[in-house]
Design a protein around this ligand. Structure first.
Ligand SMILES: *[C@@H]1O[C@H](CO)[C@@H](O)[C@H](O)[C@H]1NC(C)=O
Ligand SMILES: *[C@@H]1O[C@H](CO)[C@@H](O)[C@H](O)[C@H]1NC(C)=O
Length: 479
């Protein structure tokens, strides 16, 4: 009996061993066949001649294969440069009345034209902290400029007039400015101008042929200020939003699959001709920000108590006001590391101030979304610390004090290479923030197009009235 038992036990063990080995072997084969290389959808860029992108282990970079030349154009992570035949995003822009855009800047024109003539005068955006959310303004200027600028070099988007041929439809509503300027009730008003503009916008959009064609999926709406478009976002959610983060959005209204994260425009001075180095920046760690009110913000206070006794740490509360901007620039230019702690939203302009100052960002914000992260590795020039770790005794300072000159210098050099991606300017230049945002939009176009096509499968069978109703559907799982 015992012999038999031993035998069956042994054979069971053998069988088990064999299946485990087989399983491991097959797993190994699967791993090998997928490898590190993957194939991204074609038409990764709209109207493109691009066949595909894959990651190649040997060359450590993504390659773009162009069918016209048959040559691989290197799209390496170190140099976001593509061939000169990079396809240009074709953008149709609605001719919304000026009250939605340049009118908010006080531009009146001749009373008849919709758009300012940029060749005579470019309307100015208000300065100060308003500027950090001015993304809408720079994108619109670039589209207007694309009509008369012959120079297509470095251009990633172009305005076209036939919406059937467009890749995307741009909605030129200056939502952040409308929030900053028009959300206070003036005496005698029942509703703010910001609320009225949003209502008008929704009414306008859902009546457009262009909107109905895709139920808005190919529409670009800029709402960079976290509180902008507060009413309309719930109705316009099929569109692609340009946002600073998703902090105040339910995930079915805005998410990283559909939407594009844009940088803030930095408010501190750029550090031109930076010849500083590790030893010449006296402050180890710099933080300047508002003391913090709502959930999540207690982190700032706890860090403050932890760090306030350190002589080489600058930690002060208070928002950067007009005079404070040059002081903050000075401080960041003299610091090795700059802290970014989540405030009432996961993102803030401080990160982009740090980048412009070549001050290595230390990010303590678990929910932060970063611009262009699909093509840019932030770990090369930022230090990320989990909030739970940052609150451990001495953790943060030990971590930072252990970063040696060599590593810091590598990150500082990388900051100088990439700072250009965060620069908003007019006229826009190759691979600056404006062009990088257009390129990020381009990368979203295929997915938006696929969704639109799927929705059309049964489109023709529904009645016209039903179609109109379906043009603004409720998101799934909404509630
Ligand atoms: C717009 O483009 C579509 C598709 O290419 C074309 O059929 C149509 O004729 C164009 N409309 C105008 C006004 O050129
Ligand atoms: C900082 O210094 C004050 C007074 O010198 C002391 O009471 C406090 O305990 C110190 N805090 C820390 C975190 O070391």
């Amino acid at each position: 009996m015992s012999k038999m038992g031993l035998l069956s036990y042994k054979s069971l063990f053998c069988w088990f061993l064999m299946t485990s080995v087989l399983f491991m072997f097959s797993w190994f084969l699967v791993l090998r066949s997928t490898g590190r290389s993957y194939y991204v959808d074609f038409g990764i860029l709209p109207n493109s001649k691009v066949l595909g992108i894959w990651e190649n282990e040997n060359l450590e970079g993504a390659h773009l294969i162009s069918s016209s030349t048959g040559e691989g154009v290197i799209w390496n992570k170190n140099s976001i440069k593509c061939g000169s035949d990079r396809p240009i995003l074709k953008v149709f822009m609605y001719d919304l009345p000026p009250e939605f855009h340049f009118g908010l800047l006080g531009w009146k024109g001749d009373g008849k034209s919709i758009w300012p003539d940029l060749r005579t005068k470019v309307p100015e955006y208000p300065g100060g902290l308003n500027l950090q959310h001015s993304i809408e303004y720079w994108l619109t200027l670039d589209l207007l400029n694309s009509e008369f600028s012959e120079n297509l070099k470095g251009r990633s988007a172009k305005r076209i007039y036939n919406s059937s041929e467009a890749d995307v439809v741009f909605v030129p509503f200056f939502a952040s400015l409308s929030y900053n300027r028009g959300s206070k009730l003036k005496s005698g008003e029942k509703r703010s101008t910001n609320a009225i503009l949003q209502e008008k916008l929704v009414k306008f959009l859902i009546a457009q042929e262009e909107w109905k064609r895709s139920a808005g999926k190919d529409h670009i709406i800029v709402a960079h200020h976290p509180n902008s478009l507060l009413d309309a976002r719930m109705k316009l959610w099929p569109a692609m939003f340009i946002l600073s983060d998703f902090g105040r959005y339910p995930p079915n209204i805005a998410n990283v699959e559909k939407d594009v994260i844009a940088p803030y425009r930095h408010v501190t001075r750029s550090y031109v001709d930076d010849t500083s180095d590790f030893d010449s920046r006296p402050i180890l760690l710099y933080f300047q920000g508002s003391i913090y009110r709502k959930d999540g913000g207690t982190v700032r206070q706890e860090l403050y108590y932890m760090l306030k006794n350190e002589t080489d740490v600058h930690f002060s509360f208070g928002t950067v006001q007009k005079g404070g901007i040059s002081q903050a620039s000075e401080g960041m230019h003299s610091s090795k590391f700059c802290l970014n702690i989540a405030g009432d939203t996961p993102s803030s302009n401080r990160l982009f101030d740090a980048i412009a100052s070549h001050c290595v960002p230390v990010i303590i914000s678990d929910e932060i979304e970063l611009p262009y992260e699909d093509i840019l590795d932030y770990a090369e020039f930022c230090i990320f610390v989990r909030t739970s770790d940052a609150l451990k005794e001495k953790f943060l300072l030990n971590l930072i004090r252990n970063i040696r000159k060599e590593k810091w210098t590598r990150m500082w050099k990388r900051l100088k290479e990439i700072e250009h991606f965060y620069e908003f300017q007019y006229p826009s230049q190759e691979n600056d923030a404006v062009q990088m945002i257009w390129q990020a939009i381009s990368r979203k176009v295929p997915a938006a197009r696929r969704k639109t096509h799927r929705d059309r499968r049964f489109y023709r069978m529904s009645l016209p009235r039903e179609r109109a109703l379906r043009s603004v559907p409720l998101p799934r799982n909404f509630g």
